[in-house]
Design a protein. Structure first.
Length: 156
């Protein structure tokens, strides 16, 4: 009888371990900056924390034809923005995507983003074993001059 218990317990334990091997990623305070009527691009921002070492390698959204992960940096006293292949997500350390640093650039918008709108984003995360997972995020549009989520507004 003990042999049967061990035989069944081992595969169950392995299955539970395999399930927890995928990078557990949380996203906090996702938001996008609202736009004016003719504006064709905007930024999306959030804080990402992964339980294991991982990388943000792609972001998609039906709200824009092109979505890229970008970085802002200073070079010779000039602020420059450029796409990056990925953003490292060190285990247990929050990584902030915000104005003036790493962020998601949404270009060729399919319409105006108005304050209060919800913009769907799909984050593609790759763990150290090259396993990929997608995370669906709903970012709330903040007023044009905003530098972060409005206080008291729930972000999901």
């Amino acid at each position: 009888m003990k042999l049967i218990s061990v035989t069944l317990a081992l595969p169950l334990a392995l299955l539970l371990c395999a399930g927890s091997a995928a990078a557990q990623v949380t996203v906090k305070d996702p938001w996008v900056r609202a736009t004016v009527p003719a504006q064709t691009s905007t930024g999306a921002f959030m804080q990402i924390t992964s339980a294991q070492d991982a990388r943000l390698i792609e972001v998609r959204s039906p709200a824009a034809a092109t979505v890229e992960v970008h970085q802002m940096s200073m070079s010779n006293n000039v602020m420059k923005m450029s796409p990056v292949d990925a953003i490292s997500l060190p285990a247990g350390k929050p990584v902030t995507l915000g104005p003036g640093g790493y962020h998601v650039m949404m270009m060729d918008l399919k319409g105006q983003v108005k304050a209060g709108d919800t913009v769907p984003l799909t984050l593609v995360i790759e763990d150290k074993n090259k396993q990929r997972q997608t995370i669906e995020v709903k970012a709330v549009a903040q007023p044009l001059g905003s530098s972060g989520p409005m206080s008291g507004m729930k972000m999901n």
